[in-house]
Structure formats: structure tokens, C-alpha cells
Design a protein around this ligand. Structure first.
Ligand code: DOR
Length: 444
């Protein structure tokens, strides 16, 4: 008779929905089949995880993997390899590729490309545009679709919904939560003269100022209320937005990024130059403090990396020609574990923000907690390991990180995707077995 489990993870501390507990985990057919003290002979293989913490697989709900069309920056193979080396088990990918992901054909093309090449599970956002607004309700239900993404301000690429009339139409077409990049395009255009002829990169948060973010978020929330549509405000960066969001918690969820919680102006621009340039910008410490306060008070629902790689050559162009964005999928877990070590974040809240949170707000099926019947997606971490993040460790095609040289405490030691050990001790193992993330409101 074959043993009841394919794999037993033995002797670790698990972060379960009810809190931390010492427990073994039995895995069968890619799913969690038992949690508790298990007979060690009851599995085909066994993984000793004594001294380590087992977290539900980290879901990075905002990444740009650049395929198709921009593969010199990243592709699904390199970007998802970076993900699993960093302890991430699933990613939701953004639509500002070439072509933009605005049609069923473009979405299916991405799903096809990911098959056999992705190391972690993936889903893809459909970009909202004036041309596809009538089809959004249909598009958002297609297999492997993470939902609809709106750019209210222009960033990398050409996707843009800048006026209230079109945005209201987007919100009126469909039912799933809409993810939105909130920067006010008219104000960005009005103020571009500040930097257009060349300026120090430290001007980036002045051109794209707090008022630019606040205006867009306020417009979005008002329209969300009018249409009764659920929205997710991506990468919130200002104290101003955090002040208005509490009045919209029936409809709006909130994301912050590790870099906005960790870096600050002007120091980041002085030290990193255009490597610190992203949209919305890294801001002064008063805003960063407000993000932490919002996080502590339960106003933040998830942390996504906004992994947005550009090559060093592209970044070397003089500002404002230098593109906005920084890689982050590989460093999300180490950076946040270092905040856990420093006492700024509890491990339970880390799990809420990086796994349970994204699963809940996007309606992911079978992921986001260590629970019977759920996918055996696990991020196995050593909370005491002291390491230094370096550019050499980064496997993203861009080859750099804004955190190069940073010493951290806490490190991802192994990554399991549906029971497959895809990373252990810094090595990628086996084959790229990534599959489509399933959603409750999606066809699959
Ligand atoms: O800085 C950014 N870079 N912000 C975005 O919204 C897009 C991203 C990219 O795709 O490069």
C-alpha cells in the first residue's frame, strides 16, 4: 500500500489561521492533507524543517514581468525564478506589456507563454482602455485573469484612463475588484514643465507630488461610491490618501509596497539616483511614517512589490528620460522579514498582508492560508538568518536591486508550489511547474 502522503514537512512552526503552532504538514496531490503530529513513515519523502517557520505561500499581487515585447528587461522564466528564490509562490502580472493586455487573445497568449516556463503560479490583469470598456465584464471572468487594472496617470507604457467619464464606465462594467494606479493625469501634465528640460531625479516626488496622488484617489473613491464597485488602491504613498481611505472601507482595499515602507526621500535619490525612481514616487519620511501608521491600524490590506525591472542602461539616461520602476519580487520577503525582526511588523500581520490579504481581496481560490484542502504553497523562512542582499543574488534579467548591500535578518530558505519544492537553500529545483491561479469569480 502506498503511504498516505507524498511529502511530510516535519518539525517546523506553522503560521496557521489561528496563530503559530508546532505542527507537521502532510501533502498529497499538491494539497495540504494533514496538519499536526504525523507518523514520519507515512510519506514517500520527508523534509526536515526544524527551527524554521512555515508560512502560507507569499502572493505578490503586483508584478510587471515584461513579456511579451519587453523581454530585454524580464520574461516569465526569469521573473518567476526571481519570485521563488525570494520565497514567492504566486504572482499577479500587470498589463502594460507590448502589446498591452487588453483583449482575450492577449490574455490567452500570456497564459500560453507561462505554461512550462513559469516557476510559480501566475495570473494576468487585463488593462482597461477606452477601446475595451464594453468588454471588461466578460474579460475579467476569463481563466487566469486576475481582474481589471486601471492606470489613472501615465507611467511605463501607453495604458491610461484619465477622465472621469471613461473611468465611471470602466467601474460600471463588471463586478470583480478593480486595481487602480492613482495619479492624476491632468496634474501630471500641468506640472511636467518642472522637469521636462532635465532636472535632478530628486525632483521626481515634486513633479508627481502628494496632491497628484490624493486627487486621483479621491476621484476614484467618489466614482466607486457612485457605481458601488469594489476597488483596490495600488501602492498608496501619501499621508493625504491614508486620511480619506477610512471613509471608503466598504468598497476600497489598500496596498503599500516594501520600498515605500523602507526607502525615503531625499536620501534614496541621493544614494541611488534614478534607481530610486518609480511611480508613484518614494517620498519624505512623514509620508513613510503615515504608511506604517495606516498599516498598524488595519487600513492596509496587502503588500505587493510592484516589481518593475528596467535595465541599468535604460536607468542611466538623464532624468526624466530614465524610466520609472524598480525590481522587487525577489526582495519582498527578506525586506519584510527584516521589518519583522526589527519589531515593526508581527509575523501574523506579515502573513495577513502577503498571503491571506491578496487572496481575500482578489477572491483567489485555494490559496492564502495553511489549511486542509488548500494548495500546498509554502514559504519556509529562517527568522534568524542574517544575510546581505546583493545584486549578484538577483536573477531578474535587470540584474540589480535598490537594496544591494543591505544586511537583513530573516530569509526564505525554501519555496513550495502545490507540493513541489521549487527552491531550497538558494537553489531552484525541478521544472517550472507554475500554473494559472484560480479565482472564485472566474471560469477555469
Ligand atoms: O514605477 C513604475 N513602473 N510604476 C508603474 O506604475 C509602472 C511600472 C513599470 O511598468 O515600469
Amino acid at each position: 500500500m502506498s503511504p498516505p502522503y507524498d511529502l511530510i514537512l516535519h518539525g517546523g512552526t506553522c503560521v496557521l489561521p489561528g496563530g503559530e503552532a508546532r505542527a507537521d504538514i502532510g501533502i498529497r496531490d499538491g494539497r495540504i492533507a494533514a496538519i499536526g503530529a504525523l507518523d514520519q513513515d507515512a510519506a514517500v519523502s520527508r523534509f526536515e524543517v526544524r527551527g524554521l517557520h512555515l508560512l502560507p505561500g507569499v502572493i505578490d499581487s503586483q508584478v510587471h514581468m515584461r513579456e511579451p515585447g519587453l523581454e530585454h528587461k524580464e520574461d516569465f522564466a526569469s521573473g518567476t525564478m526571481a519570485a521563488v528564490l525570494g520565497g514567492v509562490t504566486a504572482v499577479m502580472e500587470m498589463p502594460n506589456t507590448k502589446p498591452n493586455t487588453t483583449t482575450a487573445a492577449a490574455l490567452a497568449d500570456k497564459a500560453r507563454r507561462a505554461k512550462g516556463r513559469a516557476w510559480c503560479d501566475m495570473a494576468f490583469f487585463v488593462g482597461a482602455a477606452a477601446e475595451n470598456v464594453e468588454q471588461l465584464a466578460e474579460l475579467e471572468r476569463l481563466p487566469a485573469c486576475a481582474g481589471v487594472k486601471v492606470f489613472m496617470g501615465s507611467s511605463t507604457g501607453s495604458l491610461l484612463v484619465e477622465d472621469d467619464a471613461t473611468l465611471a464606465q470602466v467601474l460600471a462594467n463588471g463586478t470583480r475588484r478593480v486595481a487602480v494606479h492613482c495619479e492624476d493625469e491632468p496634474r501630471l501634465r500641468e506640472r511636467f514643465a518642472m522637469v521636462e528640460g532635465g532636472a535632478p531625479v530628486s525632483q521626481h516626488p515634486h513633479w508627481r507630488d502628494a496632491e497628484t496622488a490624493r486627487r486621483a484617489t479621491e476621484r476614484l473613491l467618489r466614482l466607486a461610491r457612485g457605481t458601488q464597485r469594489r476597488v483596490h488602491v495600488l501602492h498608496v504613498t501619501t499621508a493625504d490618501e491614508m486620511e480619506i481611505l477610512p471613509d471608503y472601507r466598504d468598497l476600497a482595499t489598500v496596498e503599500v509596497t516594501p520600498q515605500h515602507l523602507t526607502l525615503s526621500a531625499p536620501e534614496a535619490y541621493e544614494r541611488l539616483g534614478s534607481l530610486a525612481q518609480m511611480n508613484p514616487p518614494i517620498r519624505e519620511t512623514a509620508h513613510r511614517d503615515a504608511l506604517w501608521r495606516a498599516l498598524d491600524q488595519g487600513l492596509v490590506d496587502c503588500i505587493g512589490s510592484d516589481h518593475a525591472p528596467h535595465t541599468l542602461e535604460e536607468k542611466a539616461q538623464a532624468y526624466p528620460k530614465s524610466p520609472s520602476g524598480m525590481p522587487g519580487v525577489q526582495t519582498l520577503v527578506p525586506i519584510l522579514l527584516d521589518h519583522v525582526h526589527a519589531g515593526r511588523l508581527s509575523l501574523t500581520r506579515f502573513v495577513d498582508l502577503t498571503s491571506a490579504g491578496p487572496a481575500r481581496l482578489y477572491g483567489v481560490a485555494g490559496k492564502g492560508r495553511i489549511a486542509l484542502g488548500y494548495d500546498a504553497d509554502l514559504t519556509i523562512v529562517d527568522l534568524k538568518a542574517q544575510r546581505t542582499i546583493t545584486n549578484q543574488w538577483i536573477v531578474s534579467r535587470c540584474g540589480w536591486t535598490p537594496f544591494d548591500g543591505m544586511k537583513v535578518t530573516g530569509w526564505p530558505e525554501a519555496t513550495l508550489v502545490r507540493g513541489h519544492v521549487v527552491m531550497r537553500d538558494g537553489q531552484v529545483l525541478g521544472d517550472p511547474i507554475g500554473a494559472a491561479i484560480r479565482y472564485q469569480e472566474c471560469l477555469s
